[in-house]
Design a protein around this ligand. Sequence first.
Ligand SMILES: Cc1cc2nc3c(=O)[nH]c(=O)nc-3n(C[C@H](O)[C@H](O)[C@H](O)COP(=O)(O)OP(=O)(O)OC[C@H]3O[C@@H](n4cnc5c(N)ncnc54)[C@H](O)[C@@H]3O)c2cc1C
Length: 500
Amino acid sequence: MAGSAVRRIVIVGGGSAGWMAAAALSMLLGRRVEEILLVESSEIGTIGVGEATLPTLRAFNATLGLDEIEFIRKTQATFKLGIEFRGWNPERTFFHGFSDFGPDMRGVSPHQLWLKMRTAGDHRSYADYSIATVAAGLGRFAPPIPDRGSVLGSYSYAFQFDATAYAAYLRGFAERRGVKRIEGRIVDVRLRPEDGFVESVLLQGERSVSGDLFIDCSGFAALLIERALHAGFEDWSKWLPCDRALAVACARAGEPSPLTRSIAHRAGWQWRIPLQHRTGNGHVFCSSYIDEDEAAHTLLANLDAQALSGPRLLKFTAGRRRESWVRNCVALGLAGGFLEPLESTSIHLVESGLGRLLELFPDRGFEPKLAQEYNRLMTRSYESVRDFIILHYHVSRREGEFWRYVQNMAIPDALRHQIELFQAGGRVALYDSGAFAEPSWVSIYFGLGAFPRHHDPMADLIEDAALSRELQRRAGIVAGAAQSLPAHGTFIDKYCRAAT
Ligand SMILES: Cc1cc2nc3c(=O)[nH]c(=O)nc-3n(C[C@H](O)[C@H](O)[C@H](O)COP(=O)(O)OP(=O)(O)OC[C@H]3O[C@@H](n4cnc5c(N)ncnc54)[C@H](O)[C@@H]3O)c2cc1C
């Protein structure tokens, strides 16, 4: 069958992953496929959480040609300059912002310049050089200007949005491009007897839907990739032991801030994600250390405003499918794996899965090498995110039984190497296909008070007085630039306030 084009794609599931797939495939494959169908069950519904994103979502939306202002209004979105971490280091709150710490100087990274001055007794905070951090701290926001040479062009931003509204918005987009939605509950998956490829899904009431390529976006159910194709699950809970979340929305309290907040608690952490019309909250916790009642009490005691309902419990296991492309089935979203939302990475992993599927798009011969390459790349992406999240726990400074476990547990080899390298001289070994660049890793190490034993000796070639003057100049420029931005709420009011 090699050489014959995929004619029909069947997407199973209509959560954010399913409709992101439908939107992207209908837009980018054009007439290369005859038909794209999406099967979902409104009776089962979607997970309904997933409100914070990474800046890469902007590129995804731009590829679809979405109008950013319309997207923001439709999804009640706010802007996000990064994540504020409270209680992870009892000595200080810190920020992981979507900007670097300024340019290199004579080839030396800005965090190394700061380390050198710290050794020399300069107590200015490294955060003073990050425009995203300073602007977020002031509650200010405007999109970066198109000039990378200016500090006002040197940061990025993401969104905090209503994920259910995003899926609905993309549904409209995909249906206008010909995607057909089929309402129904899948009760069985039929495999071709000769080679075990997925042939069709059977809906309640005997209707069956056949296809050439199946995209499994069925959420934690993993109907095709696991239940039918037995891809296997790599369990990472020994490194990421949180296994529950309680989620609840509360009323909006004042103007939304341009940041997601992560507040550490006794056996986990709480998110606070401000949208235009409400605030999303959730408590991610480890059930071996606290029970649901205590977790709910902690969550509800730490809301900014009145809860809009009772908290909803979600159970999960950290990990991923051993293979997310098996035969003629590719799993995206929760069907492919789950990593807790500490760094808002799940929707990003859907974007990368879709990008790679398009790069490696098969024909009906389904060359096994394509799936192998896809799985190799996705393994790297998942592992890089996994290690970045583990870093937050492992290097944390908090006390308590749960925290002692994560601080002392054995960690993956690649992360062990990464941490030891940083401890030795502040170097960051970036992961291939990793979602996070050097400034992100530095933000977490420094934020948690993990400073290296030595700084880069190349920094010593720069004279102390000259470096001090330069850093002072940079901090002044960052402070002035941040002050020049409008308040986040003012910017939203002026350009993209959603209709109430
Ligand atoms: C606690 C928590 C917090 C999160 N926070 C974030 C965050 O801040 N940022 C982020 O990027 N991600 C976050 N995520 C992840 C994010 O919610 C998901 O990755 C994303 O929404 C994609 O979900 P999905 O589409 O894979 O699954 P779902 O939304 O669960 O959709 C599954 C779909 O499959 C359908 N389906 C299932 N079984 C059947 C059946 N038998 N027949 C027919 N249809 C069926 C359902 O009806 C539904 O349409 C979070 C996840 C959790 C659990």
